[in-house]
Design a protein around this ligand. Structure first.
Ligand SMILES: Cc1ncc(COP(=O)(O)O)c(C=O)c1O
Length: 422
């Protein structure tokens, strides 16, 4: 065994999270577990998800409408079953979070309340190259207010060589638009480059100019430790199908800071956002529930929430984000070390080198260009190693600390070497 193979074997043997891999269903390739690096797109299925869904189906079969009211998992309050673990995951108070809808829907709900253009203060600052759905949401909200996106939407271009953004550039943009800025909408982790941002700093800069700070945490939740309450975010939205492993199209998450909990903000309202103790009085007036739950529209999608319970229980049992981040730093660090040391003629790492400026994902530009990049991507896939492809020439690889092994990283690197050798 080579020194490296022995070192990797030791890392896996000493990994405090090693037991979690067996709690997931791994896709099979040629009779072996696929080497799956796509937790940044769709996390693997925890075995416990099926039991949680089955429990709902059984309750529906056996109790029908009475399932809304009976037992510890009564559907009326089902969304509450994930509230506390979710709050722990994102560094919030339980009052500040709710699982509901899907990401883009939640973004619209938040923009309806928090994008409040007034006088000269009409602009929204976001990054150029943001995930298209975020841009569509913002642009359409600007138009809904009768305003012009050409005037109100400010998109900050990357100022660093690999398409990443310096904090200085963000700071300068916020200062430049100052009193004209209504909202700063920023990602926790950029989906294409894998760059992570200092959310507390961005929130403070936005607030210093009198603007609101909102975050899209699709690629940050379950990936990085978050402290939304202390960072002072006004709102945040995210999905649970990536690093949180709650399944395709899973119910999304939403954070509203405590300071807005009882502020009576205007909103798009529905009956499930009505204060719970009087909801069934069926009165015509809307009295919002305190906190993030006051933005719910409909009764909870119980079948869709069930797998999220299974996932969040795993995060708690694993020791929360601190434990996951500890392994994530090591496993992504190993990937970086091996690419720099052995594959620098094939792959260029686009993601920032400083660990505090990235999460699990490394975005790898194939130096030989698109054609060769696609060929490498297909070669890996046909050998049971899955990353994902982003045009024109990037392969994204995201080791997930709950189910990836250090040996997976070595398998990837060795397969790229075999491809290079032709
Ligand atoms: C950063 C970001 N924003 C928004 C979305 C859209 O999510 P949804 O289809 O759940 O609304 C995604 C989906 O991957 C995303 O990565």
């Amino acid at each position: 065994m080579t020194g490296l193979a022995a070192r990797i074997r030791e890392l896996d043997a000493a990994d405090p999270l090693r037991g979690f891999r067996g709690e997931f269903l791994l896709p099979q390739h040629g009779g072996r577990d696929q080497v799956y690096f796509v937790g940044n797109s769709l996390g693997l299925q925890p075995r416990a998800a099926r039991a949680h869904v089955q429990e709902v189906l059984d309750k529906w079969a056996g109790e029908a409408v009475e399932g809304h009211f009976s037992g510890d998992t009564a559907w009326m309050e089902y969304h509450r079953l994930v509230r506390e673990p979710l709050a722990r995951l994102v560094g919030a108070q339980p009052l500040e979070v709710v699982a509901m809808n899907t990401l883009t829907v939640n973004l619209h709900l938040m923009l309806a309340s928090f994008y409040r253009p007034e006088g000269a203060r009409t602009r929204v600052l976001m990054e150029a190259g943001a995930f298209p759905s975020d841009r569509h949401a913002i642009e359409s909200q600007i138009r809904l207010r009768g305003l012009d996106p050409a005037e109100c939407l400010v998109e900050l271009e990357p100022d660093e060589p690999n398409g990443t953004l310096s904090m200085a550039a963000i700071e300068q943009a916020i200062a430049t638009h100052g009193a004209r800025l209504a909202l700063v909408l920023w990602p926790g982790v950029q989906y294409r480059t894998g760059q992570a941002f200092d959310l507390g700093r961005i929130a403070a800069l936005a607030h210093a100019q009198g603007a609101v700070a909102g975050f899209d945490l699709a690629h940050a939740v379950g990936n990085l430790p978050l402290a939304l309450h202390d960072d002072g975010a006004d709102f945040a939205v995210w999905c649970h199908y990536k690093y949180v492993n709650a399944g395709p199209g899973a119910v999304a998450g939403c954070f509203v800071h405590e300071r807005h909990a009882n502020a009576g903000l205007p909103r798009m309202a529905g009956w499930w956002g009505h204060e719970a103790s009087t909801r069934f009085h069926m009165a015509p007036e809307f009295v919002p529930a305190a906190g993030a739950e006051g933005w719910q529209l409909s009764n909870p999608p119980v079948l869709a929430l069930a797998p999220l319970r299974a996932s969040l229980e795993q995060f708690d049992r694993a020791g929360g984000m601190a434990a996951l981040r500890d392994k994530s730093l090591r496993i992504t660090g190993l990937l970086e070390e091996l690419i720099r040391g052995r594959l620098s003629d094939v792959l260029q790492i686009v993601t920032p080198a400083e660990p505090q400026r990235r999460g699990a994902q490394l975005s790898l530009r194939v130096l030989a260009g698109r054609e060769q990049g696609r060929a490498l991507f297909e070669h890996l896939r046909s050998h049971g190693i899955l990353g994902d492809w982003r045009e024109p020439d990037v392969i994204r690889i995201s080791p997930a600390p709950l189910y990836n092994r250090y040996a997976d990283v070595l398998a990837l690197v060795e397969e790229v070497e075999r491809w290079r050798a032709g």
